[in-house]
Design a protein around this ligand. Sequence first.
Ligand SMILES: [Zn+2]
Length: 241
Amino acid sequence: MSSGTDDTMGVKLKELFQALSLMAPKMGRHLNGWSRCPHCSVASPSLELLWKSGGLVPRGTPGAIHQWATYRCTTCGGVVVAKGKGGDQSETPEVVDSFPKVRTVHEDIPDRARTYLQQAVETLHAPDAAAVMSGSAVDAMLKAIGFEKGSVYKRIDEAVAAQKLTASMGEWAHQVRLGSNRPRHADEDHPHVSQEEATQSVEFAEALAYFLFVLTKRIERGTEAAKSASSEKVESGEPEG
Ligand SMILES: [Zn+2]
């Protein structure tokens, strides 16, 4: 083989390795491979380098040290902090962690509410859509806990009266309902919701879902675990404490 062919092979291999290494996100001028922005949820966000530690950041305790960098989402301006692989001193270390995390909706939330909530989270960059989906998520959650008949307005109040929601949660649920009604009914004076209002609606719907379903399921699992642990003790003849 002539040295010319070797060179061509070398270039091809180098290209292949570069293509493969692109699959693991690197701390470059752009942070690639993110499915969604953790702030505005836009898909395939463009994350631009703002600042880089330019070396491993020292620590006062034993353990791995890392390079750190911050990136800006070009859609919403939200900043993401990226952490490089421990001990990796290269120009563009592999990114092993990032903050904040991309929002995901918990699997303990009933299907219909979870679908609406997922859509609310994913449309945060389009506030009207996010507000409407938050309203639908709250509506679906009320139905899932047995408040199925009549208007959303009436069902929120019924849930408060039945002590399924606290009074302040009920007020907040009404805010979400009002926010979702404006774009839905093309309100004459205020047809659109702001980014802040949409974010608040999504956060409330997430908090409500956590309170009604995730926390309840966690408590049930904890209670069952405690029960089975104490019955094992009884069976093994240990006194109950
Ligand atoms: Zn963003």
